[in-house]
Design a protein around this ligand. Structure first.
Ligand code: GLN
Length: 486
């Protein structure tokens, strides 16, 4: 296998045996980038010199025994461009932040730096993480490495495409309504959204603060657990981060599912889910039983309202969070305006794309004095019903299973003119964010036209252990080894 297609744990073993150097790993990732990036557009910003010289420095530290090789030492990681990287542009794929250079690192970046990771580049995304196809990027869409006429999913399309194609070993994305799991599913890799509050959001540019969560996109569940070990943990800079012990997530990787109770979410296996997707998930249910799991169907009736609730709460929070981009404090500013008001208006009109404006308008409307009770408050009440329904389900089951996405990767341009159809792409993932639960997407196979299908495994609050246990044993049973032809 080429170096660029190895996992972080395989590379760590080779580094330890001195069979490879960090410079060779970074070199191989950058030759792959040179080969495919013009077809994929996975990145907004690349810095080959910096990556290669950084890798050389780490090699020196290793050979002088100044540092030990731990997980992610010398591993090129793509970072979604909504996570602040000190002295390196962080654009959120928006014109309004095109030239924004943060003066500090997001907490997750500090944690990766403490392991001497390599920044492969800042990855492409939907503007401010709003979207399901990566077509909302100011820097152009990212293409799916399995078929470049198709979308990679979104909003973490860049982080997913880079890992799937060998332009990075793994990546960090953010997930507000599915933005890690859905692109992982469409690109045939693993993506994990941890419990809300597990990972610090400090330095993540906020979209919807009560839903946003950072998590890994990797080639296997093992790397995913290793990344959780690095990024999880309480952070005084984020008041919503949970003050609880961080377990060794790798200790939950298992061979079987003996004694596990698994619920198949009825509402997410119904009409509206592609036949091929449903069949692939049904196959994995058989495997779960063979691996010792006890499988039963479960109904979560309030899921019916999840999409409606999300598209009130997320835009409401977004309209508030994005009010800071006004041309005064940072980012783009219109210089022709003659009054302050005109400057705000023109800056925001020029700086934001269509989808972002749509969300700001919906959110501002839902939060306005006359409509707050009817929309925002009502949505919060229904959110509580969804949370309670999940609680009830987890009284009976260790994990819940569903497809990650109702379809495989759709065609570029197919849904962009129809926001409501686009919003439907997240029907299986959004409820999980509303309830703050941990969930993973793992590859479950390929469709007849050779596009990846993803399986979602959902756990109760802070029960990443169950999710990882089920995911690692199903990963073995499924044995997905395919790579895109690009
Ligand atoms: N696709 C969903 C949206 O557009 C989710 C995005 C996300 O998780 N960041 O809001």
């Amino acid at each position: 296998m080429e170096i660029h297609y190895l996992t972080a744990h395989e590379l760590k073993d080779r580094l330890k045996k001195r069979e490879l150097s960090c410079a060779e790993i970074a070199g191989s990732i950058y030759s792959r980038i040179d080969e495919v990036e013009n077809k994929l557009n996975s990145y907004i910003r690349l810095d080959k010199e910096h990556a290669l010289s950084g890798a050389g420095e780490i090699d020196k530290l290793i050979s002088s025994n100044a540092i030990e090789i731990s997980d992610f030492t010398g591993i090129p990681v793509a970072i979604k461009d909504n996570m602040c990287t000190k002295n390196i542009t962080t654009t959120c794929a928006s014109r309004i932040l095109e030239n924004y250079v943060p003066i500090y690192n997001a907490t997750v970046i500090d944690r990766l730096e403490s392991r001497n990771y390599i920044l492969a580049g800042k990855a492409n995304m939907d503007e401010f993480a709003m979207g399901s196809s990566n077509e909302n990027s100011y820097f152009g869409p990212t293409k799916n490495p399995w078929n470049t006429g198709r979308v990679p999913g979104g909003s973490s399309g860049g982080p997913a495409a880079s890992v799937a194609s060998g332009e990075a070993i793994c990546s960090l994305g953010s997930d507000t309504g599915g933005s890690i799991r859905q692109p992982a599913s469409l690109c045939g890799i693993v993506g994990f959204k941890p419990t809300y509050g597990r990972v610090s959001r400090y330095g993540l540019v906020a979209f919807a603060s009560s839903l946003d969560q950072i998590g890994p996109l990797t080639r296997d569940v093992d790397d995913c657990a290793a990344m959780l070990n690095v990024i999880c943990g309480c952070d005084g800079n984020d008041s919503t981060s949970i003050d609880t012990a961080v377990p060794d997530f790798k200790s939950f990787l298992a061979e079987d599912m003996k004694g596990m109770k698994i619920g198949i979410v009825k509402e997410l296996m119904a009409e509206g889910i592609d036949r091929e997707v449903r069949e692939a998930v049904q196959m994995t249910i058989k495997m779960a039983e063979e691996a010792g799991g006890k499988v039963e169907e479960v109904s979560i009736p309030s899921l019916e309202y999840a999409l409606d609730v999300y598209y009130i709460i997320a835009p409401s929070e977004a309209s508030s969070n994005l009010s800071r981009f006004d041309g005064v404090r940072y980012g783009h500013r219109n210089m022709q305006a003659r009054t302050l008001r005109e400057m705000y208006q023109r800056t925001r009109a020029e700086g934001f794309g269509e989808e972002v404006k749509r969300r700001i308008m919906i959110g501002t409307y839902c939060l306005s004095a006359g409509y707050y009770d009817a929309y925002y408050e009502k949505a919060q009440r229904v959110r509580t019903l969804i949370i309670n329904d999940f609680k009830k389900a987890f009284g009976k089951f260790d994990v819940l299973i569903s497809p990650t996405s109702p379809t495989t990767a759709f065609k570029i341009g197919e849904k962009i003119e129809d926001p409501l159809t686009m919003y439907m792409s997240d029907i299986c993932t959004i409820p999980v964010n509303l309830a703050g639960l941990p969930a993973i997407s793992i590859p479950a196979g390929l469709s007849a036209d050779k596009l990846p299908i993803g399986l979602q495994i959902i756990g109760d609050i802070l029960r990443e252990d169950n999710v990882l246990k089920a995911a690692s044993s199903l990963e073995k049973a499924i044995g997905f080894k395919d790579k895109p032809g690009i």
